[in-house]
Design a protein around this ligand. Structure first.
Ligand SMILES: C[S@@+](CC[C@H](N)C(=O)[O-])C[C@H]1O[C@@H](n2cnc3c(N)ncnc32)[C@H](O)[C@@H]1O
Length: 247
């Protein structure tokens, strides 16, 4: 997540957190970078971020895809496991009291989730079934007046996969959300106070997307993983917000 998008997400969470004590929820923790931006806002507003991930990587993060990071593969199982990286990121940012790592499939967690959310950030898998599953499972859980944030929204297919863009358009078309701002590929939407009941088309009118569209253009490698031997997150004091005096 680029810094400008992270800071926009942080500001949105500050505003959402200030308006009440409903939790934030993120779909797609990966190594915890965006969770630090959201978690810092949770800390400042006395709120909690729940961040959901099975930690085995999306289809587009597996071996053979451009953003695959072999460092996050568990040598014992041969499968991706970003949970240790995420745990260390949150601990090193001093956010363990405000960020809860929820390990599991997003839709499975959503089925058991009743609490309305003051902010929902959708940044899970970008494949069609997975991303639509996240939208359908979680969007209606945004409280009236709450914020829906969607990452990797690209109107131009040359810039990135189109499924997050389809979801963003579906949220606007539902009549339950209006756009608040755009920063890079991050879109912030507000749930209308008197919004209609959400309807959930399975996919956009443009039809099914091919696997080639699954690839995300904006995801960096697992840079925030402080288990790495080098890189910015190797420093235990890493906190993208503290350095700017925003938290
Ligand atoms: C784009 S990355 C998240 C990046 C992170 N938000 C950030 O900016 O630092 C997507 C994550 O979604 C997770 N994911 C994909 N499908 C999932 C599912 N069905 N349930 C839970 N997590 C899922 C992957 O394991 C991956 O870590």
């Amino acid at each position: 997540m680029p810094e400008d998008e992270g800071l926009a997400l942080h500001r949105a969470a500050l505003a959402a957190g200030a308006s009440g004590h409903r939790p934030f929820l993120e779909v797609g923790t990966y190594c915890g970078k965006s969770a630090v931006y959201l978690g810092a806002a949770a800390r400042q507003t006395g709120n909690v971020l729940f961040t959901v991930d099975h930690h085995h990587g999306s289809e587009e993060l597996q071996a053979g895809w451009p953003y695959h990071d072999p460092e996050v593969v568990d040598p014992r199982t041969g499968a991706m496991d970003t949970l240790p990286f995420a745990r260390r990121t949150i601990r090193d940012a001093g956010l363990e009291g405000h960020v809860v790592l929820v390990v599991g499939d997003s839709v499975t967690v959503a089925r058991a989730w009743a609490e309305p959310l003051s902010l929902l950030f959708i940044d899970g898998g970008h494949g069609e079934d997975v991303a639509w599953g996240d939208y359908r499972a979680w969007a209606a859980k945004v409280a009236e007046g709450g914020t829906l944030a969607i990452h990797d929204v690209f109107a131009d297919p040359k810039e990135g996969g189109q499924v997050p863009y389809d979801i963003y358009r579906a949220a606007l078309a539902s009549g339950a959300f209006e756009e608040v701002s755009a920063t890079g590929s991050l879109r912030l939407l507000a749930r209308l106070e008197t919004g209609p009941t959400l309807t959930f088309p399975h996919r956009a009118a443009s039809g099914p997307r091919t696997p080639a569209h699954h690839q995300t253009a904006a995801l960096p490698p697992c840079v925030p993983g402080p288990l790495r031997s080098s890189g910015p997150m190797a420093r235990p004091e890493f906190d993208p917000l503290a350095r700017r005096g925003n938290d």
